[in-house]
Design a protein around this ligand. Structure first.
Ligand SMILES: [Zn+2]
Length: 473
């Protein structure tokens, strides 16, 4: 969008003197969607002005500054996110970045274009995309059609970072904690560019256990050497600045989709067996059944997970664990049940439950009730709302009530799981505040919370709990 942007976009970027916050946020919705009762309007006005902390998300790079409707669908959708995994390794990237003859040859061999067309056509038919289109059209000051939204977005591509910054300021992010285990191959410079672009929002980082493993699993070294190097790297990340030039404020694990139930493993002899079996499997791993392949490294990964969780426990910092959700076709969906985390939430050793701080991610979606119940039962288990926020869109109203029926308010953490494109940060903030306000209004109207209790609950969920858990000032 050019600098002399239409007035509607100026309003959307936030100038409260033009129009009240409430009407600004709600004016584009059809009347039947607008909740008009004074209880809601009062709560929403307060909640909408609150800061936001994002407890789990991923960086944005400038590679999506200019896009196409199809590419945007792929980049924003969880179902489209792993397109490359539908083809042999490296093929999709060669097709995407190739010249016409390369594309032609790869289409002939793998039928890529028609498969991508088929997938994006279904992706475009979701209520999520239709609703997002209307919201973005209001923000960008354009017609509410998907093509017009992408065109208006591309107009802003030349000053992409200021567009990203505007999205952040519009919903008032003050802190984000981003997981550097998924950075699409970029390095420290790109990470720092992103962190600078979103200022004054402050950035904090989480490191992934699998990122350390990826550096080491392929090396031709003995188990003892692997163990020493793993521990050294882990300590550098936790206590030094080895997370791309910064300290980490917690760890993240992506183990659940691989193995299901995670039982801590303290016996290094099992891990050593697993390490040796992995070395033997190298030559035929690509042809192996994926579950068999995961079983080979199961004990090794249980062991590295246990080593990492011990270090988190010593420092009293949280471990985020991927739960529910799932980037098919690269994961085993059946393994992602929140109850499979019970043993690591307990973290028993010598008959003592040690109860480290555990943050199951993604609301356990679609098993939201199980993740909520786990958090209800174990005092050290938290609840994080990403993926569900923003992907269930209008149903967040019901989902937040489902969460609040079981989870103590003091454990609920706002998050977006933003990946690839910055609009997920913005949608999560916009819809998170709106539908949380609706859910809390029901409690006020029903008499279970006073107005003051409801607004304090919103403060805790949207930013205060995050600051307490991660010791942010
Ligand atoms: Zn994530």
């Amino acid at each position: 969008m050019p600098e002399d942007a239409p007035k509607a976009a100026e309003l959307a970027l936030g100038n409260p003197s033009h129009v009240s916050t409430v009407s600004r946020r709600l004016q584009h919705l059809p009347l039947f969607q607008q909740r008009q009762d004074p209880e809601f309007l009062k709560i929403f006005e307060i909640v909408d002005a609150m800061p936001l902390d994002d407890t789990h998300c991923h960086l944005v790079t400038d590679r999506d500054a200019i896009t196409t409707p199809k590419r945007f669908l792929e980049r924003i959708s969880l179902a489209g996110f792993p397109f490359p995994n539908y083809f042999p390794e490296g093929v999709y990237e060669r097709w995407l970045n190739g010249d016409e003859p390369t594309k032609y040859a790869l289409n002939k061999e793998y039928d890529i274009q028609s498969k991508v067309d088929g997938m994006t056509s279904h992706l475009s038919q979701s209520v999520f995309i239709r609703f997002m289109t209307k919201e973005m059209a209001q923000f960008l000051g354009c017609e509410p059609s998907f093509e017009a939204v992408i065109e208006a977005r591309n107009d802003r591509g030349s000053s992409y970072w200021s567009y990203v910054n505007n999205l952040f300021r519009d919903v008032n992010y003050e802190n984000i904690i981003h997981d550097t285990g998924y950075v699409e191959g970029v390095g420290q410079a790109e990470i720092e560019a992103f962190e600078k672009a979103i200022q004054p929002c402050r950035s904090h980082r989480i490191a992934r256990i699998e990122a350390i493993q990826d550096e080491l699993f392929g090396l031709d070294i003995a188990f003892e050497e692997f163990e020493a190097r793993f521990t050294k790297r882990l300590l550098e990340i936790l206590d030094g600045d080895a997370n791309y030039g910064k300290r980490t404020i917690g760890m993240k694990s992506y183990l659940l989709p691989d193995i299901g139930l995670i039982k801590p493993l303290y016996d290094r002899t099992f891990a050593a067996h697993s390490w040796n079996a992995l070395r033997k499997s190298f030559c035929d791993r690509s042809r192996m059944d994926r579950e068999d392949a995961a079983n080979i490294t199961k004990d090794l990964c249980r062991y590295t997970f246990t080593l990492s969780l011990e270090e988190c426990l010593k420092r009293d910092i949280p471990m985020q664990i991927h739960t529910g959700d799932g980037e098919a076709p690269g994961v085993m969906l059946r393994n992602q049940d929140p109850f499979y985390l019970e043993e690591v939430v307990r973290f028993d050793k010598d008959n003592i439950m040690r109860m480290p701080k555990i943050v199951p991610l993604h609301a356990g979606y679609p098993s939201v009730g199980k993740a909520a119940w786990l958090s209800h039962l174990y005092p050290n288990c938290y609840f994080e709302v990403s993926i569900m926020t923003p992907f269930v869109h209008q149903s967040l109203y019901d989902r937040y009530k489902q969460v609040l029926e079981a989870v103590p308010i003091s454990k609920i953490l706002f998050a977006s799981d933003n990946f690839h494109v910055p609009e997920l940060f913005w949608l999560a903030g916009r819809w998170g505040k709106r539908y949380l306000s609706q859910a809390l209004t029901d409690y006020v109207v029903g008499g279970s919370l006073t107005l003051e209790e409801a607004t304090e609950a919103a403060r805790m969920i949207l930013y205060k709990n995050n600051r307490v858990l991660y010791n942010l000032e």
